[in-house]
Design a protein around this ligand. Structure first.
Ligand code: SF4
Length: 275
């Protein structure tokens, strides 16, 4: 019988909700889940913004960001997951260009020289809704109205209907900060670089909703572990699941989608299943 993990993160909870079987592969069997190109691009952008926001406020300029991006590039270039992408010189230049474009878009959302940054990549271990929580906050700012939790996103901005789900992350970080420091942040926000800022005030009601969803997922994890049952939740994301070749239900779903012309041409499952 698997034992539940010692701590639970937003991404672990999200993966369990997406598919308990995939969660089992990832968190119980601890099989590798190598990041794809979009995730590696996000890591590169986050690293540069972390370095930038660690500079004295007046030094946070686009010129300085360019220097930091050049200095940070070898970390990404020499990363084994990046090497595994096997990008040629042209594709690597495109990768760097997309990374730089996302970094530069920060100035369309704010002037970082005007921000009072308290911490970057701040690790938080706390008890949230009775759950042992762990997370890394991209940036914690001190604003006139109090602490502000900020998380950068390099993907597309969510559709309006998906906004509440997306905001769960910053609300849970706010709950963790409150547990750890005894001070409730006033706002949480997601910076979709190049698109928009999605922001929420940290209210009792908002916190309660996010914390209770998180806590319910944790209870479900405990139940699945006790019963040693992790259901396969098939859907379009099976096409991007690294474990599809070992999941009968997921492989069948992907084959069926491919047969109906409903599987995207770049879905990695095509390669994994030899389609
Ligand atoms: S292939 Fe689909 S159903 Fe199977 S583990 Fe992956 S996401 Fe879950």
């Amino acid at each position: 019988m698997p034992t539940p993990p010692r701590s639970f993160s937003v991404s672990s909870a999200g993966l369990f909700r997406q598919c308990p079987r995939r969660w089992h592969f990832r968190y119980v069997e601890k099989r590798p889940d190598p990041p794809g190109e979009p995730a590696l691009l996000g890591t590169f952008v986050h690293r540069v913004l972390e370095l930038l926001c660690s500079e004295p406020a007046g030094g946070r300029t686009t010129d300085r960001a360019r220097e930091l991006a050049a200095a940070a590039w070898p970390e990404t270039r020499d990363d084994t997951d990046f090497i595994a992408l096997d990008l040629d010189d042209y594709a690597q230049r495109q990768f760097r260009w997309r990374g730089w474009t996302a970094i530069e878009k920060l100035w369309e959302l704010e002037d970082p020289a005007q921000v009072d940054v308290e911490a970057t990549e701040a690790k938080v271990s706390a008890t949230v809704g009775g759950v042992p929580f762990f997370g890394i906050i991209d940036r914690l700012d001190s604003a006139r109205d109090g602490l502000v939790v900020t998380d950068y996103k390099t993907g597309k901005a969510p559709r309006p209907g998906d906004v509440p789900d997306k905001l769960d992350q910053v609300l849970l970080y706010a709950a963790a900060v409150e547990d750890q420091r005894g001070e409730r942040p006033s706002r949480g926000r997601l910076y979709f670089l190049g698109n928009q800022v999605v922001e929420t005030p940290v209210t009792e009601e908002g916190l309660n909703g996010s914390v209770s969803r998180f806590s319910e997922t944790w209870t479900e994890v405990g139940r699945s572990c006790a019963d040693d049952e992790f259901d396969a939740k098939v859907g379009p994301l099976c096409g991007w699941c690294p474990y599809v070749a070992d999941c009968v239900e997921g492989a069948s779903e992907v084959r069926s989608r491919a047969g109906r012309g409903r599987l995207k041409s770049d879905a990695p499952a095509r390669v994994l299943l030899g389609l």
